[in-house]
Design a protein around this ligand. Structure first.
Ligand code: UGA
Length: 441
């Protein structure tokens, strides 16, 4: 089948590469000429395991191509995927300008029936706006051409996106036209492992499903973080509690890891957006507000612990920091807990020596050159001259470090672990002051 994808960002690229991988002819359109030129040379603008090879293979086999020519894109695909960005504007709502611009472009150039599929995460009701934008443009052209609008939200996790796309839990298709539902089913047929993963439903339910999934996951995390803080106050160990409740299959082990808060481009944005959508229809989403509040507070936890360890005097201290990305296997630092921690430390007069296996460039890009930030090539180098160590991302290389070396370098043997990587008893036996989340201190 022929597929066009607008937007060669994270979602667009993964979707394009994976649809090409199973044999479709995919054309990716982006307005960024430089990006398209790089992609045509096989250079991937993001870090995502497995993506680079998949793009290169499919470009080479002629199933995947990149262009800046939108008209060519409209001619190419029966399926026209919109995967452009929806950055939050000042009031936190998704900015639909790019989505609607693509819709108008498709309507502007289409000569025959097209299926316009919204993949970007967009508020409930956006498909109606896409429909209106297209109808308006067609009317202005005096053209009577049929089209359908589909909501097909993505559920990819950064760092595991290729795998998630190739082996999805579900494929949500929102459409009012049963025939379009069948065409979407056919497109996604190759991804049905063992049983049918495609769920066809009405458009608004599909749009809401995306937000509901992320809000539910964020709620699980905030719930656990709240309990972790309570466990600290009660002198209980949240890790035992986590295992105790996770063993109930109705609760499950996934997404109940307490820590220094969730970050990334999705949870913070989507919880806020859903809260806002609720407000717009006169509904007070109290639970969502609490989920967000708890997360904001949780991102301050490590700083608070460091601050009280030093009795409020952080001036001139140096903190070694392991991890900058909002989670492992990505270089993404959007809403990362590391940022709030570093910014609080700087405001308190401390310096940071940081390392992340892949997010160093991103960090340099965000913060530029500053005296109170040293980016080290190796995580062990951060320890040199540091007072204490803080950990905010659970990269595998941090799981079993050389504790002897840590103790040798740190001025004080204290570790502030925002991801509960080590056993408190073990750490205590080795002579560390170990501050984790919900585990004693
Ligand atoms: C999330 C969802 O998991 C995907 O299903 C969804 O498609 C995606 O958003 C999206 O809407 O695009 P992602 O943001 O890539 O994916 O990352 P997650 O693996 O979900 O992690 C989010 C944050 O939660 C991280 O900061 C992580 O450290 C934190 N987290 C996760 C916890 O603090 N505890 C947990 O138990 C799990």
């Amino acid at each position: 089948m022929k597929v066009t994808i607008y937007g060669s960002g994270y979602v667009g690229l993964v979707t394009g590469a994976c649809l090409a991988e199973v044999g479709n002819q995919v054309l990716c359109v982006d307005i960024d000429q430089d990006k398209i030129a790089r992609l045509n040379r096989g250079e991937i603008p993001i870090y995502e395991p497995g993506l680079e090879d998949m793009v290169a293979d499919n470009v080479q086999s002629g199933r995947l191509a990149f262009t800046t020519d939108a008209a060519e894109g409209v001619r190419h695909g029966l399926f026209q995927f919109i995967a452009v960005g929806t950055p939050p504007d000042e009031d936190g709502s998704a900015d639909l300008r790019h989505v609607l611009a693509v819709a108008r472009t498709v309507a502007e150039h289409m000569g025959e029936y097209r299926i316009v599929v919204t993949k970007s995460t967009v508020p409930v009701g956006t498909s109606d706006k896409v429909q209106e934008a297209m109808a308006g443009t067609l009317q202005a052209r005096n053209a009577q051409i049929d089209f359908d609008v589909v909501s097909n939200p993505e559920f990819l996790k950064e760092g595991a996106a290729v795998d998630d796309f190739m082996k999805p839990d579900r494929i949500i298709v929102g459409t009012d036209n049963p025939r379009t539902g069948e065409l979407m089913r056919a497109l996604y047929g190759p991804f049905n492992r063992n049983h049918d993963r495609v769920m066809v439903m009405d458009i608004r339910s599909a749009e809401l499903t995306k937000y509901a999934a992320n809000a539910m996951l964020a709620t699980k995390i905030s719930f656990m973080n709240e309990l972790a803080n309570l466990a600290e106050a009660l002198d209980a160990d949240i890790e035992h509690v986590r295992q105790g409740i996770g063993s109930d299959p109705r609760i499950g082990y996934h997404f109940i890891y307490p820590g220094c808060g969730y970050g990334g481009s999705c949870f913070p944005k989507d919880v806020k957006a859903l809260e806002r959508t609720a407000r717009q229809v006169g509904f007070k989403a109290q639970l969502l507000t609490a989920v967000e509040d708890v997360n904001e507070r949780q991102k301050e936890r490590l700083f608070q612990k460091i601050h009280s360890h030093f009795q409020g005097d952080l001036k001139g201290r140096t903190i070694a920091l392991w991890g900058l990305a909002f989670k492992p296997n990505t270089d993404d630092m959007r809403e990362a807990s590391s940022r709030m921690l570093m910014e609080s430390l700087w405001a308190a007069g401390a310096r940071v020596r940081a390392h992340d296996p892949v997010a160093m460039e991103e960090c340099a890009h965000i913060y530029g050159q500053r005296d109170d930030l040293v980016l080290c090539d190796h995580h062990e180098q951060t320890l040199e001259g540091a007072d204490v160590l803080a950990i905010v991302t659970e990269w595998n290389v941090f799981r079993s470090p050389d504790f002897e070396l840590i103790r040798k370098h740190l001025k004080e043997p204290a570790i502030f672990d925002g991801r509960n990587l080590y056993e408190p008893k073990h750490m205590e036996d080795m002579g560390f002051a170990y501050y984790a989340i919900g585990r004693g201190r």
